[in-house]
Design a protein around this ligand. Sequence first.
Ligand SMILES: [Zn+2]
Length: 235
Amino acid sequence: MGKRLKIKWWYPLALAVLLAIVALAQRSAAVATEAETVPPTLIIDAGHGGADGGAVAADGTLESDINLDIALRLEALARFWGLEPVMTRTGPDIDYPADVGSIAAKKVADQHARVGLINNTPGAVLLSIHQNNYPAAAPKGIQVFYGEKPGSDALAKLTQDNLTAQVCPANRRVASPIDRGVYLMKNVNCTAVLVECGFLSNPDELKNLQSGPYRLKLAAVLLASYLQYIRGTST
Ligand SMILES: [Zn+2]
């Protein structure tokens, strides 16, 4: 009579535990692979719009219009590069839900819709475009703010350095964490930066921001910074 494998009582139990561990390991490996292979998607957010003009310059120039123009130039450059960016808006108007009346309620509905769009985009990397404003005319300069999710500070520092070097070398502002009260930046679950491209309250910067070539330059540096960032994270 040959040797006979003796099945001890704990064999099935050990096998079940092993299978469970292997299954869990495979599942986490699959999740890790998926996270690594989701390609980044650039989301371009032109701040404000519709009922919300944002800051207003002394000559009546609306922040929302400057934000949109920079965003559209950035979109065009990104498409030329072969990317397929997602825009949170592509025109001055915004479609609000029919039951929303007041301007405050419209702003809330719009911010909720933007967060929904961004959080439903796999691999999202958000560039939110804004202009600064101050009661006095003196403050000026570009400043990049970052959200709390991984990669945000790195992208912000890169973008700040590039904008300072290429657009305003005298700038002393540094990349900083975003104020927690900024709803969009607080509620998106992706790498996110908000760029204050200049002060509408500073006459020199307002003049610059009203120039198409200047806005194109801003857009080009923003795209270059994004490309630099995603290359760094994919290697
Ligand atoms: Zn703004």
